[in-house]
Design a protein around this ligand. Structure first.
Ligand code: SF4
Length: 551
């Protein structure tokens, strides 16, 4: 072991003591919360944050799948007006979330269509841990009365983390099934540039005005005639994280197109990625599709666009690919910084799935945590996975440090703990050595201390100092990668949240290729592995919708 690790261990012990001493004084007389420019309501203290009912058994509001399908048909055939979706509680029934044989299930009964049930988790302990780590909801959504008017499905808390804008329902592929029914509904639905501008402008008016990821989707967004202009406009109005959810074909075809997209301000692509090798992709009916994906990855990386691999997981069909996809990312740490696994949701034509097949193919976030452990041999489901909304605690600290004059709030995913989970692995880009971050950084302890620092609401430098001590206190240098140092830890934290104002390469609309190279020069890849579970009619929960992370 490198001697510096012993020195760091000593420092962490000293820092822990100093942190405790300062905290014992600091907790008295917290400063009041300020109201930043990006919100009409003040920042919330941790104890002011509301939570939905969690744990089990619990009762929630859900939908009868059959009532909803019938209502939709009546609306499409003109028998009922679409306004019933806002004014009447169409298809709504109660549901129970219960534990049964160590698993979590949603069970519900419709007076007309009978009994429905579906699995929420294969492992009750996993979901207990995830729900326990939920830090509470964001500031109530406000200034949004005209935009968030969807009856019982209205978003009530926060402003979401991802704004999905479907540019077109056309696609250059013909997958079966396709969650959007792209190319197969018999009509083209495509937004004009005016429509796109209106959506982006409207979204900015909602408060709290946090940064969010603007994700252009489809169909295939890159074949919209307004694709590049949409990216440029989203950047111009102030969104930092502009993304495209794509199958990658257009990017594989042309380096020049990748360059143009990067120049317009495209920061990430969400690349559809079913698995490693052409066989794992063959069901999409495009020859050598894996080779196409590889070309897209290389072209985009060269142009300065970051790549997120997105895999929809269906139990028993492709969940055996989890391990090889993670290994692929660990082997390519310079190019892949984010994996997004999405448990299947039975929507579109898949709503007609038989009950038996649905229960066989149902894949939950708990399946993912166990598959990562079983297939890669890293991470513990109840130690290393957290709700995506835990990033809200980090966002709250950054919001405090950025002060009342900041134009935008920090991006924050306030979604329900049943919606999304994540873990992270620190990878050495040079040696490929890697360690799960929660193995060497005590995340629950850090979050607890961070909440106390945020609640005290001291000035920027005092808060940063205490945060530095808290990081030290919860860092175990003996468990981190051999070349990783405390300095790297501070740098990563500062780079992610912009706390000190140091320039690590700009991310705003003015960024240049020099900025991109600066950010990439970092030796360490913080590989984030996320599970994002979209709802369907069988597991629908209005408590999730009202705090939706994706809009
Ligand atoms: S690439 Fe995506 S949008 Fe296009 S057909 Fe396939 S699933 Fe549908």
């Amino acid at each position: 072991m490198r001697p510096i690790k012993h020195l760091e261990k000593g420092l962490t012990l000293v820092a822990g003591g100093i942190h405790e001493a300062i905290q014992s004084v600091n907790k008295y007389k917290p400063n009041p919360s300020f109201t930043p420019k990006w919100s009409d309501k003040p920042l919330l203290k941790s104890w002011q944050k509301s939570k939905p009912t969690l744990g089990w058994p619990r009762t929630t509001d859900s939908l009868c799948p059959n009532c909803v399908i019938e209502a939709r048909e009546e609306i499409l055939s003109g028998k009922r007006d679409v306004s019933v979706l806002v004014d009447e509680n169409v298809g709504e029934i109660k549901a129970q979330i219960i534990e049964r044989d160590g698993q979590i299930w949603m069970v519900k009964d419709c007076p007309t269509h009978g009994h429905f049930e579906d699995m929420m988790a294969i492992d009750a302990k996993f979901l207990t841990h995830i729900e326990k780590m939920f830090p509470g909801r964001d500031i109530d959504a406000h200034n949004d009365e005209k935009l968030h008017n969807h009856g019982s499905s209205t978003v009530k808390y926060g402003r979401g983390a991802v704004l999905t804008v479907d540019l077109t329902n056309r696609c250059n592929m013909m997958c079966d099934p396709c969650f959007m029914d792209a190319n197969q509904v018999g009509f083209v639905h495509e937004l004009s540039m005016e429509d796109i501008k209106e959506i982006l402008d409207n979204a900015i008016t909602i408060k709290p005005r946090r940064q969010m990821s603007v994700q252009f989707s489809g169909g295939e967004p890159s074949i919209s005639p307004h694709f590049l202009e949409s990216i440029r406009y989203a950047r111009k109005v102030g969104y930092n994280s502009v993304q495209a959810a794509t199958n990658g074909i257009e990017f594989a075809k042309s380096k020049e197109f990748c360059r143009q997209a990067a120049e317009a301000g495209l920061r990430y692509v969400y690349l559809q990625f079913d698995g490693i090798g052409n066989d794992a992709n063959s069901h999409r009916q495009v020859g050598n599709l894996f080779d196409v994906k590889m070309r897209a990855i290389n072209n985009l990386h060269e142009a300065g666009v970051e790549i997120v691999l997105v895999t929809t997981l269906v139990n028993g069909i492709n969940n055996d690919q989890v391990g090889s996809i993670i290994r692929f990312a660990l082997d390519n740490p310079k190019k892949i910084a984010f994996l997004s696994f999405q448990p299947v949701s039975f929507t579109g034509r898949d709503e007609e799935i038989t009950e038996q097949r649905r229960l066989q193919q149902r894949y939950t976030l708990s399946h993912l945590a166990h598959d990562v452990k079983n297939q890669v041999g890293i991470t513990e489901p109840t130690r290393d996975w957290f709700p995506l909304s835990l990033m809200g605690a980090f966002a709250d600290f950054a919001d405090l440090v950025h002060g009342p004059q900041a134009e935008w709030g920090q991006v924050s995913c306030g979604c329900h703990p049943n919606c999304g989970v994540g873990t992270a692995v620190m990878v050495d880009k040079e040696t490929r050595e890697m360690r799960p971050v929660p193995e060497f950084l005590n995340i629950p302890g850090l979050v607890k201390d961070m909440q106390k620092i945020t609640d005290a609401a001291r000035g920027k430098w005092m808060s940063n100092l205490m945060m530095g001590l808290a990081l030290l206190k919860h860092y175990n240098p003996y468990k981190s990668p051999s070349q990783f140092t405390l300095y790297e830890l501070f740098k990563k934290f500062d780079k992610s949240f912009g706390l000190t104002g140091k320039d690590y390469g700009k991310v705003g609309g003015e960024r240049t290729t020099v900025d991109i190279e600066m950010r990439r020069a970092d030796r360490w890849n913080f590989l984030f592995i996320a599970g994002m579970w979209f709802q369907d009619l069988f597991n629908y929960d209005f408590r999730r919708t009202e705090m939706a992370g994706e809009i």
